[in-house]
Design a protein around this ligand. Structure first.
Ligand code: AHQ
Length: 238
C-alpha cells in the first residue's frame, strides 16, 4: 500500500476484485454444518429443517430486492434489478425460485404447509435474515447491491449440492434440485451486474474497504444461518 498524505491510494479495479474474491474464505461453503450437509452426514429430518429454515431466506430475497429498487433513483439500474424479483416470485408462465424451493421441500418429504407456515424457522435464522433485509432497506442501494456479491462464491455451493446430493441422499427426488440448476444459470448475470456497480461506486480506498466490510457482513449472515441449524441439530433442541 503506497501511503501519501496518510491517505491510501485506491485499489485498481483488478486489485479491488481480488480483495472481494479473497472473502471466499469466509463463505458458508466452509461451515462445518454445510460440509456435513454436502457430504451426506445429515438425516432426512435434519435436511427438512435446513430446507424449511432456508425458505425464510428465499422468500425475503425479493423483499430486499424491492427495497433496493425503492431506494434507487436510477431507472436503468432498476430495469436490470427488477428481474431478481421476478426470478423468485415467478410469472404466470414460470413459478419462480420460491416455488422451486417449495418443490425442494416436497422432494425432501415436507408438506407445503410445513414449509410455507414458517413454523420450523429458528429465531436465530430469522434474526440473521432480517438483519440482511434491514441492511438493504436502510443502506444506499449501491451498498445493498454490493452485499449480494457473496454470490461470487455461490456457483460452487450449488454445484456441490447437485453433484453430491443424488449420491448421498438418493431418497430426494432429483427434480427437487431444480432450484440449484436455475441459480447456476442466473448467478453469472446477477454477479456481473452487482460487481460492475460495486467497482464503479466505491472509488476511494476507504470506500473500497467499506465494500469489503459489507460483503464480509453478508458472509456472516450466511454463516450464522448455518450456526443456528448446527446448534439446533447438535443440541437436539426443538
Ligand atoms: O439462492 C440464492 C439467491 O437467489 C441469492 C441472491 C443473492 C443476494 O441477492 O444476496 N444471494 C443469494 C444466495 C442464494 N443461495 C445461497 C445458497 O447457499 O444457496 C447463497 C446466497 C448468496 O451467496 O448470497
Amino acid at each position: 500500500m503506497i501511503v501519501n498524505n496518510s491517505v491510501s491510494a485506491p485499489w485498481s479495479k483488478e486489485e479491488f476484485t481480488k480483495q472481494l474474491l479473497a472473502l471466499g474464505k469466509y463463505y458458508h461453503i466452509h461451515h462445518p454444518y454445510n460440509k456435513a450437509l454436502n457430504s451426506g452426514l445429515l438425516n432426512q429430518q435434519q435436511i427438512q429443517e435446513w430446507v424449511a429454515n432456508r425458505f425464510y431466506y428465499q422468500i425475503m430475497i425479493p423483499i430486499k430486492d424491492a427495497a433496493i429498487i425503492s431506494n434507487c433513483p436510477d431507472r436503468e439500474v432498476r430495469r436490470q434489478w427488477i428481474h431478481r424479483i421476478i426470478d423468485h416470485d415467478g410469472t404466470k408462465n414460470d413459478e419462480g425460485g420460491i416455488e422451486a424451493w417449495v418443490q425442494l421441500g416436497l422432494a425432501c418429504g415436507l408438506s407445503r404447509d410445513a414449509i410455507t407456515s414458517l413454523t420450523k424457522v429458528l429465531p436465530g435464522v430469522k434474526f440473521a435474515v432480517d438483519a440482511y433485509v434491514n441492511f438493504c432497506k436502510s443502506s444506499p442501494w449501491q451498498e445493498a447491491v454490493c452485499a449480494s456479491l457473496t454470490e461470487l462464491f455461490a456457483p460452487e455451493i450449488h454445484k456441490e449440492r447437485l453433484s453430491n446430493w443424488p449420491e448421498h441422499y438418493p431418497w430426494i427426488d432429483q427434480k427437487g434440485l431444480q432450484y440449484f440448476r436455475n441459480r447456476l444459470a442466473e448467478v453469472p448475470r446477477d454477479v456481473d451486474f452487482a460487481l460492475y456497480n460495486t467497482l464503479e461506486y466505491f472509488k476511494t480506498r476507504a470506500a473500497q474497504e467499506r465494500a469489503i466490510e459489507i460483503v464480509l457482513f453478508k458472509c456472516q449472515v450466511l454463516w450464522s444461518l448455518s450456526d443456528q441449524m448446527y446448534l439446533s441439530q447438535l443440541s437436539g433442541s426443538k
